[in-house]
Design a protein around this ligand. Structure first.
Ligand code: KIV
Length: 277
């Protein structure tokens, strides 16, 4: 399959895409290998999500992920995808303590992690202030509402948000406050489809959904989930491959080949001894 070579997008490209009714595609990548794979496609945005804590590092959630983790993975993704727009998550506690820390940590993700923009979760007054502070440093910010995984302890689990009238209204209000605070994009996760639709219609910044229905301006999935390369399969995931089945099969084949003398063959040897010697 040939991939059309596209120009590197910037933080203004996505508002234009929304205006033109072009859907935005986003996929996570966490390392050089996954980033190189995504770089060979026409995906618009790579998200270096703090979901790497669960998918790569084996934590139960994202709360343990550190700035050092995010910087190191973001920089590896940049090496694998030099021409993609990279959005990197601010991990838990990197924007919760003070405006100064929010500014420093966002700037580190840009300078050291080589991201093009940062993402943070929530729409409370202090989060709006953090968005404002970071945008004031000329760094594009994507916000994230709904089932925000860094709020899992307060939510009492990974539960769909915005189901009651009050919660629905609150998220709707937060979405417009986020736009006013200067965010260039908004991720909506784990909310009823009707709320995803209303928010997408009421803000002019693009919305990117994950479990937020069909009417968002774009969609995001976790690399490992869509490739069937993880053991979790939430309702909103469509699997495009089943690597979790393919990979153990290939590994078993390799170990049998070694045990039974089928690997390596002469084509795998440097200067193989010829049959006649
Ligand atoms: O960390 C992540 O992968 C995310 C997506 C689920 C939106 O924030």
């Amino acid at each position: 399959m040939t991939v059309p070579v596209s120009k590197k997008l910037n933080s203004l490209s996505f508002a234009k895409m929304k205006e033109q009714g072009k859907k935005i595609t986003m996929l996570t990548a966490y390392d050089f290998a996954s980033a190189s794979a995504v770089a060979a496609t026409d995906i618009d945005i790579i998200l270096v999500g703090d979901s790497l804590g669960m998918v790569l590092l084996g934590y139960e959630g994202t709360l343990q992920v550190t700035m050092e983790d995010m910087i190191s993975h973001s920089a590896a993704v940049r090496r694998g995808a030099p021409n993609k727009f990279i959005l990197t998550d601010m991990p838990y506690m990197s924007y919760h303590l003070s405006n100064r820390e929010s500014r420093i940590n966002a700037a580190r993700l840009i300078k050291e992690g080589q991201a093009d923009a940062v993402k943070l979760e929530g729409g409370s007054a202090s989060r709006l202030q953090a968005i404002h502070e970071i945008v004031d440093m000329e760094i594009p910010v994507c916000a994230h509402l709904g089932l925000t995984p860094q709020s899992v302890l307060r939510f009492g689990g990974y539960k769909v948000q915005g189901k009651t009238d009050v919660a629905h209204e609150e998220i709707l209000l937060q979405a417009s406050a986020i736009e006013e605070a200067g965010a260039f994009m908004l991720v909506l996760e784990g909310i009823p489809e009707i709320l995803g639709k209303k928010i997408s219609e009421s803000v002019s910044i693009p919305t990117i959904g994950i479990g937020a229905g069909r009417y968002c301006d774009g969609q995001v999935l976790v690399y490992h989930d869509m490739l069937g390369y993880s053991n979790i399969r939430p309702k909103f995931v469509k699997q495009y491959a089943q690597l979790n089945e393919e990979i153990p099969k290939a590994i078993m084949q390799y170990s049998q080949d070694v045990r039974e003398g089928r690997f390596p063959q002469t084509e795998h040897c440097y200067y193989p001894i010829s049959e006649t010697e």
